[in-house]
Write a protein that binds this ligand. Structure first.
Ligand SMILES: *Cc1c(COP(=O)(O)O)cnc(C)c1O
Length: 474
């Protein structure tokens, strides 16, 4: 399988060549040159374990790692030991257990990995793939990132202790929850460097951009990234759409709907690809919070990214985005993979403008892709968390609550609805207390996490301070 850029200006590449990079050289995103068609294989896949299913699906996209090695990587990644934080202890071996709230309304638990958010599903695989490819090539990489919470911790837990990889993770000092800080800063692995900058998330992000734009520094220190545009992350996420489908249905003639709490469009992009591969998905329901850029698009055909200053700070913070970095992948498919159209549309986006597909021929094509959408507010989240707790005795996090709220608006009789559970409630204790008047449930092993010794270096928000730490450690 070769990978092409959504902007059409890059040489087709193999999987391992795009694994460690970010954007294609022409500024586009990589996608496989075609989607393998698997409708015929569903019967054979229905009874596979998660690791076996991951191997079957990944094999279709990766042909420059031997089957035996890819199998070993899948087996090592998707273990009941790594994804052990299920509220449903008896089903932990499923990796992504499905819980039925009603016979046709389910939660798919994706947040049972080490950082209790769905990003572990892909990031743990990335950690093992990076180590494998770097070992084979005799190379090293220094991952530089900025986080406001979930991504940074998922990256650190995936890369800790890996050969030839260091992680330098910037976070805004004092801005994350005590739990999130403790999760990251309590890591004692020698290859993990937590850097708290005196400033906001955007300051940290700007420093990462400035360092990455310094070509000489970037090459000298082999600076890399693991952000959400990485193809391997999207690919890994395809697997649980299949697994969720098999759990929620009895036969491959049935259709289901998925509802996905969305920010950067990475998670639901994997659902779109699963559907393009032939998985019987009737609908992909996209849920946003008050940051409704994507809901607006699916309602009106207008994509209007917001300025960072216009982004609402909400109680489902991992969905607080003003532009959706993976959205270009979907538009590439929507426009019939015509890279010239994508280039033209993203000339507008990159200049800070919007585009509209409302009056053209593309608007007529949009319904073929199965998307519907809705948005949710802080009050909706509180009401939904309370309702699910009172009715079913289940505690859900704020992002999942956005999903449940929107999913309920799009249920169709006879089509099971599967809401992706993207994080556990314990990560967002403040809102849980506001909704339920009590503390969230916490896995026993994480009692006292906040009291562990922490390892973090605090610096002023300047590029030089961060470069100094990198050059000191490498
Ligand atoms: C990252 C994240 C999301 C958004 O996922 P995208 O792939 O960016 O759309 C939703 N919920 C949680 C808990 C997250 O960490």
């Amino acid at each position: 399988m070769k990978y092409v850029s959504t902007r059409g200006g890059a040489e087709p590449q193999q999987f391992c060549d795009i694994l460690l990079g970010g954007l294609a050289p022409d500024g586009g995103l990589y996608l496989p040159e075609e989607y393998p068609q698997v409708a015929e294989r569903l019967a054979e896949w229905r009874t596979l374990s998660y690791a076996e299913l991951a191997f079957e699906i990944l094999s279709l996209y990766v042909d420059d790692i031997s089957a035996a090695d890819l199998k070993a990587i899948c087996d090592k990644t998707y273990t009941a030991q790594t994804y052990r934080w299920s509220r449903n202890a008896g089903k932990a071996a499923d990796i992504v257990p499905l819980t039925a709230l009603t016979p046709e309304f389910h939660l798919l638990e994706l947040s049972n990995g080490p950082t209790l958010a769905f990003k572990d599903m892909a990031m743990q695989l990335l950690g093992n793939l990076f180590e494998y490819v770097l070992d084979r090539r005799g190379e090293t990489i220094n991952i530089l990132g900025a986080t406001s919470g979930d991504t940074g911790s998922a990256a650190e837990y995936a890369m800790r202790g890996k050969h030839n990889v260091r992680v330098f993770m910037l976070s805004p000092k004092g801005r994350m929850s005590a739990f999130q800080r403790a999760q990251m800063y309590s890591l004692q692995d020698a290859n993990i460097f937590n850097i708290a900058v005196r400033g906001m998330f955007d300051d940290a992000q700007d420093i990462v951009k400035a360092v990455s734009n310094d070509a000489e520094f970037k090459a000298r220190y082999k600076i890399g990234a693991v952000n959400s545009i990485n193809w391997a992350r999207v690919m890994a996420q395809i697997v649980y759409y299949f697994k969720g489908y098999f759990e929620a249905t009895r036969s491959n003639a049935e259709e289901v709907a998925f509802c996905v709490p969305s920010g950067n469009f990475g998670n639901i992009c994997a659902g779109h690809i699963a559907r393009m591969m032939g998985l019987p998905i009737a609908r992909l329901v996209l849920a946003t919070n008050e940051n409704d850029v994507l809901d607006e698009f699916f309602r009106s055909g207008v994509y209007r990214p917001r300025a960072t200053a216009e982004t609402h700070v909400t109680s489902s913070p991992s969905m607080d985005i003003s532009r959706a970095s993976n959205f270009e992948r979907f538009i590439f498919d929507l426009v019939g993979r015509d890279a010239a159209i994508v280039r033209q549309l993203w000339r507008k986006v990159d200049a800070g403008n919007s585009f509209s597909l409302a009056d053209g021929p593309l608007a007529a094509r949009l319904p073929d892709y199965g998307f519907v959408s809705g948005c949710s507010s802080h009050a909706d989240r509180l009401a939904t968390i309370r309702d699910v707790w009172q009715r079913y005795g289940l505690m859900i996090d704020t992002h999942t609550a956005d999903g449940v709220k929107v999913a309920r608006e799009h249920c169709v009789a006879g089509v099971p609805m599967i809401v992706l559970e993207t994080a556990q409630a314990v990560k967002f204790a403040e809102t849980i207390r506001e909704a339920l008047g009590r503390d969230p449930v916490r896995p026993a092993e994480l009692e006292g996490l906040e009291n562990l010794p922490q390892r973090v270096e605090v610096v002023d928000a300047t590029v030089d301070q961060v470069k100094r730490i990198i050059s000191r450690e490498c």
